[in-house]
Design a protein around this ligand. Structure first.
Ligand SMILES: [Mg+2]
Length: 126
């Protein structure tokens, strides 16, 4: 593996493209999943270095996805950044209770997201 892997679980293609473009200029390797089921399966199989978790996913929410991922002892310490839409409604606290290391509320600046990623998973030497 040439870079550290980040798994992004997000159902919205435009949001995935923004993060894809953001990480192109870094050494991180991006893995993507579109829903909870695929996201949990990829997290447990690929053991990424960091997970970006959209909270609003179809059918099963990102909150449940984080709980399922955290249930695997091998994923207990993996940084998870929750992407919430409703910071004012307490989603930030709920996300942390469900296992998120940190969170960003939409709309966020891509550079803020990159800063948070680098803080939790240092990019390392190129
Ligand atoms: Mg969504």
């Amino acid at each position: 593996m040439s870079g550290k892997t980040i798994l992004y679980v997000e159902d919205n293609e435009l949001n995935r493209k923004i993060v894809r473009d953001l990480l192109k200029r870094t050494t991180y390797v991006l893995s993507e999943a579109f829903d909870c089921e695929a996201g949990v399966a990829k997290a447990l199989a690929e053991k990424p270095g960091l997970i970006l978790m959209d909270i609003q996913l179809p059918k099963i929410s990102g909150m449940d996805a984080m709980r399922q991922i955290r249930a695997d002892p091998a994923m207990a310490a993996t940084p998870i950044i929750a992407i919430t839409s409703f910071a004012l409604s307490g989603d930030d606290r709920k996300a942390k209770a469900a296992g998120a290391t940190d969170y960003l509320a939409k709309p966020y600046s891509p550079l803020d997201l990159l800063g948070l990623i680098r803080k939790l998973l240092p990019e390392g030497d190129k």
